[in-house]
Design a protein around this ligand. Structure first.
Ligand SMILES: N=CN[C@@H](CCC(=O)O)C(=O)O
Ligand SMILES: [Mn+2]
Ligand SMILES: [Mn+2]
Length: 311
């Protein structure tokens, strides 16, 4: 069953003694004229079905708390928090459909929806919401160690199947690029399927020093689509930075390179109406330090990139 969970009030440190430019993210929640909407998908069912470590349902509220105190540029128009969709039972498809509707509704009033997962089953809802709300070809850029194009198992769709589900819905329009793929974390069967489906891949090994090895693939995708759906699976980060995911990366792509990849997509894409960040499980983050790294990336998705550019 899916339930609509209204947004909680945002709180955090304030420094009025430092003047009007001492702004943090929580100060800009609910700002009039916000062009970005934030939504959460509180769901563990996709990871459970994928034989993973649960906890992603607690991701949206933990990520909000970690993002709240981050500094933002004084001129940033802010964001609207539209709350969460919670999946309480085992009906994942119903939860994804409810989430897609919420995203599409958000895109009526806002230019961009930023979605906090949930496992990567969130992607089927993010793409569905975008497809419902906006016409035009959608290119998918997935920053991830995994392809997530599995065949559904005995229990059906999961956090490992979303991009196969998207292709099944729209085989002609499927245009999918994965950045940060681990060769060792994807079976030959999945890599052969990716080749058969013309999935673009830039390996984690190629992205150890910077994002430039991804530029040609990102620019080519952006040139042939009308809009980009950007999806960030936090398990692309090295396990030492991001242990709080179901499948931590043995190698991973460094944080500064992931930041540069996000900036590259925002710079190249015609528009990025939906971006999501998935797989964060706070119960696997006892120190709270992984949340601090995830929060930097969530802030980047909200701002459109990391600096003070307004878009
Ligand atoms: N969201 C996807 N996750 C990975 C998990 C792999 C693993 O548990 O080792 C996948 O299905 O490939
Ligand atoms: Mn994934
Ligand atoms: Mn992954």
């Amino acid at each position: 069953m899916a339930e609509i969970l209204p947004p909680e009030p945002w709180t955090g440190r304030s420094d009025p003694e430092d003047g009007p430019n001492a702004l943090r993210l929580h100060h800009r929640a609910g700002a009039d004229g916000a062009r970005v909407a934030l939504l959460g998908f509180a769901c563990d069912e996709g990871v459970r079905r994928n034989k993973g470590r649960p906890g992603a349902a607690e991701g949206p509220s933990a990520l909000r708390a970690a993002m709240a105190g981050l500094a933002v540029p004084a001129g940033w128009p802010g964001f609207a928090d539209l709350g969460d969709v919670g999946v309480t039972g085992s009906d994942l498809a119903d939860g994804q459909a409810a989430m897609a509707r919420r995203i599409a509704e958000g895109l009526v009033r806002h230019d961009r929806a930023v979605v906090l997962g949930g496992g990567h089953e969130t992607a089927f809802a993010s793409w569905g919401g975008l497809r419902r709300a906006r016409a035009g070809r959608i290119g998918i850029v997935n920053i991830d160690a995994h392809l997530d194009i599995r065949n559904p198992g005995a229990e059906g769709a999961s956090s490992g199947t979303p991009f196969a589900q998207i292709r099944a819905e729209d085989p002609e329009g499927f245009d999918y690029l994965v950045l940060g793929l681990s060769e060792e974390a994807n079976t030959q069967a999945l890599r052969e399927r990716a080749a058969e489906w013309s999935v673009g891949v830039v390996a984690d090994r190629a992205l150890q020093s910077g994002a430039e090895p991804a530029r040609a693939a990102v620019e080519a995708l952006c040139a042939r689509v009308d809009q980009v759906y950007l999806t960030l699976d936090l398990d692309v980060l090295p396990h030492a930075v991001m242990p709080a995911v179901s499948a931590p990366a043995g190698r991973g792509v460094p944080l500064h390179v992931v930041e540069a990849l996000i900036d590259m997509v925002f710079d190249c894409a015609p528009t990025v109406p939906v971006a999501d960040m998935v797989e964060f499980s706070p119960r696997l983050d006892p120190s709270g330090c992984a949340a601090r790294s995830a929060a930097l990336l969530g802030r980047r998705l909200l701002l459109g990139r990391g600096d003070s550019r307004q878009d």
